[in-house]
Design a protein around this ligand. Sequence first.
Ligand SMILES: *Cc1c(COP(=O)(O)O)cnc(C)c1O
Length: 382
Amino acid sequence: MIPIAKPNLGQEEVDAAREAILSGWVSQGPKVAEFEKAFADFVGADYACAVSNCTTGLHLALLAIGVKPGDIVVTVSHSFITTANVIRYCGAEPLFVDIDPLTFNMSPDALRSALEQNRTQRVAAMLVVHQMGMPADLGSILQIASEFNVPVVEDAACASGSEVSLDNGATFERVGRPRGDIACFSFHPRKVLTTGEGGMITTRHERYDRECRLLRGQAMSVSDLERHKAGQIIFESYPKVGYNYRMTDIQAAIGIEQLKKLPSMVQRRRAIVEQYRQGLKDVAWLDMPLEPPYARTNWQSLPIRLRPEAPRSQKDFMQSLLDSGVTTRPGIMNAHQEAPYADHKEPLPHSEEARARTVLLPIFSSMTDDEIQTIIRVIHSA
Ligand SMILES: *Cc1c(COP(=O)(O)O)cnc(C)c1O
């Protein structure tokens, strides 16, 4: 059975986790600080704040930006449900806009018209997803953000190691630098870099970083590590209602090792997609995903789209692959098709079509060439 994904964890991560466990410091401490520094350097961010997962990271990012009850946050429905949920955590409402069907990411045109139609309500933020690791059209979106004076939060959950260009492909930089105001990453095992569970918030604003650090640790005025090192008695204070959204040092130790492997994992994934492209180029009833000129993706997921003339339905196609030992997943979900967001009224045809016609194929960096060829064969005979 070929799985849809597999984390790339080895002896280096085992040794690092063991060392953290035996160090006597297992909660948020020196390894978390080291991982934050390494991640900030890797993406080119001024600040990085580690958290328990990307969901908690996005929650803190929206709070730091100032999203409050009654606000509107513009985002896509076509995303993992976290993207919508974190808006509700703040007491705000998502305003869903449709995607560009070719990239599965927020359509800048749909974004513009949503903002033009909502001039009376306070739009507190845009939550822009780099779906499946594919960078969104940040150049166009940031232009709109500055015209409407709305801060941008990037849901970069899937985008560790992805690169984006703001000059249409002339130069690239890593997602997370960030060009928006805050970006949040996930280290869940379905993503490219994993720490079991985990997340990272990167920003260029010192005040957002300070707020996220405060809120992840119950808003305690001094961290455990600072108090431990102080050499004098400190009584802490709690100026706000905070959360426990901390990462452990065991996770951070694993993350430091994963980050060293990230460029080679991304390189391998890109080579795997090239093999898929070669092997599937004469299958007329499916479309391989597009990589636009402003994007260099990490291929966290590999979405193929079944054309209307495809011989099988999405479900039949997936079942036939499963019967031949190949695991797949349907395209990304839409929040507005789930109960908590079913009151959404504007049509989102491209989002619904993407869910109904897309199939995610197996991709992980330890995949063998034989496994890829097997999958290509199975698809041909399906
Ligand atoms: C995985 C994912 C998340 C959630 O990440 P967690 O670390 O599991 O909380 C959020 N947004 C998107 C787009 C994701 O794919």
